[in-house]
Design a protein around this ligand. Structure first.
Ligand code: URP
Ligand code: ZN
Ligand code: ZN
Length: 462
């Protein structure tokens, strides 16, 4: 049976219109005013915005990291995402050093199989190009893994050298994939960290104090310069500071295809959070760290003016009680990462749209359409138009919601935004035509989410 969404306001990245949306099975069939109901199952969207489902292109579900594993798996993480209006995500498989990328892809497919509640794609984290790495990259692109993450941070764990980065960028110039860069100068940071530890500075706040914004800006500058030499675009992940943003803006002003995302935590929180008593600062230990307050308005401005293109979450949850505690006596042992997959749209709507930092269309663009384009999913995802997947959120702009670990669906024992009251929330969430969340009730099922084969030469190449 067809479904007809009636009486809503359809909001895309480019338009806001009173229109009905007709869904046939998994796909949007028609979008216009006055579509006759003719036997369709009707959903009344009076007073609601009809927006494309959110796309979170930076999550870490079931990821081994920092001597433990991120607390959400593909079931709990994708279900929590759906409650917040996110209907697709792109997670990261990790190539273990000395192994083939296909092994990592198989491992991550197994993690997702039978568990994913929404559609998911995968980036590949490259740790080693070895003998076959460049061939492996082409192999991954054929499998729909159209993007790779490389680390300029975490020496001896995930960091790769400039030669590896340059080779990988050069390979994408041929195969049309996109390099995502964790841009921080890990070697310099390691020296500063060692000095701090030697001086007995072990509290969580030293995680932030040992990672200067210049170390981020330098790496962003280097990553962009290498991408220019290679003739390939580059995408900077989780950009956190004005200093780093200036590097992206300068490159974009010169016409360089440099792209960047930031995350709600960098837009809304600052370094003071790491000074919370009773080791609670550890809840805010992730990388890059929270910055001084003056960075926040600069990031908002960057989003508004398209110096930043995407807001993702970098969702990488570790429970406070039994995981963050690993670093009780030494901040370097605190697992790096924070939860957020469920609250991205709520926070961006409330602090962006309600507080006049973003237009409604820009809100849709940075949370859905831009990630779909940049990561090779558009127009199947990120759009409300005939032929697109019926991944649709009925957004209630007046719903008042208080974020709390007591009520959230993420499998983690704290929220970085505990007690924040937001106005605007997902009322009904559809994934490929199926209502999976309605008025706070879970109607989906584990395993229904499908692997998304993403196209190379996506939006970053145009
Ligand atoms: O602290 C973070 N961001 N943890 C996840 C891994 C990464 O660097 O994205
Ligand atoms: Zn990273
Ligand atoms: Zn990450």
């Amino acid at each position: 049976m067809n479904t007809l969404i009636q009486n809503g306001t359809v909001v895309t990245s480019t338009s806001t219109t009173k229109a009905d949306v007709l869904i046939d099975g998994e796909t949007i069939r028609e979008v216009r005013a006055g579509i006759p109901a003719a036997g369709a199952n009707v959903i009344d969207a009076t007073g609601l915005y009809v927006i494309p489902g959110g796309i979170d292109c930076h999550t870490h579900l079931d990821m081994p990291f920092g001597g433990t594993t991120s607390a959400d798996d593909f079931e709990t993480g994708t279900r929590a995402a759906a409650f917040g209006g996110t209907t697709s995500l792109v997670d990261f498989a990790i190539q273990a050093r000395g192994t083939r990328m296909r092994d990592a892809l198989d491992t991550w497919w197994k993690k997702a199989e039978g568990r994913a509640c929404i559609d998911y794609g995968l980036h590949m984290i490259v740790t080693d190009l070895g003998q076959c790495g460049l061939e492996d990259m082409d192999d991954m692109v054929r499998e729909g893994v159209a993007s790779f993450k490389l680390f300029m941070a975490y020496p001896n764990v995930l960091m790769v050298d400039d030669a590896t980065i340059f080779k990988a960028l050069s390979q994408t110039a041929k195969n049309g994939a996109l390099i995502c860069m964790h841009a921080e100068n890990g070697s310099v940071i390691d020296v500063i960290v060692a000095r701090a530890i030697a001086e007995g500075k072990t509290a969580p706040v030293y995680h932030a104090l040992t990672r200067p914004t210049r170390a981020e800006a330098e790496a962003v500058h280097r990553a962009i310069a290498m991408s220019e030499i290679a003739g390939a675009p580059v995408y900077i992940v989780h950009l956190s500071s004005e200093d780093a943003l200036n590097q992206v803006r300068e490159a974009r002003d010169r016409g360089v295809p440099a792209f960047a995302e930031t995350c709600p935590q960098y837009l809304l929180l600052s370094i003071e959070e790491l000074e919370r008593p009773n080791f609670e600062g550890a809840k805010y230990v992730f990388t890059p760290p929270l910055r001084e307050k003056q960075n926040l308005p600069k990031l908002w401005k960057g989003l508004k003016h398209d110096h930043l293109q995407v807001v993702s979450t970098d969702h990488c949850p570790f429970c406070f009680e039994d995981q963050k505690i690993l670093g009780k006596d030494d901040f370097t042992k605190i697992p790096n990462g924070g939860p957020g997959i469920e609250n991205r749209l709520q926070l961006m709507y409330h602090y962006g749209v309600n507080q006049d930092q973003l237009s409604l269309n820009r809100f849709v663009e940075i949370t859905s359409t831009a990630p779909a384009r940049i990561f090779g999913m558009y127009p199947r995802k990120g759009e409300i138009a005939a032929g697109s997947d019926a991944d649709i959120v009925l957004w209630d702009p007046n719903a008042v919601y208080t974020i709390s670990a007591k009520t959230h669906h993420m499998r983690v024992d704290y929220s970085m935004f505990e007690g924040y009251e937001v106005t605007g929330n997902a009322r009904t969430v559809m994934s490929r035509g199926e209502v999976i969340v309605d008025r706070g009730q879970w109607l989906g099922k584990a395993g229904r989410g499908r692997y998304l084969r993403r196209a190379a030469r996506g939006g970053a190449w145009k």
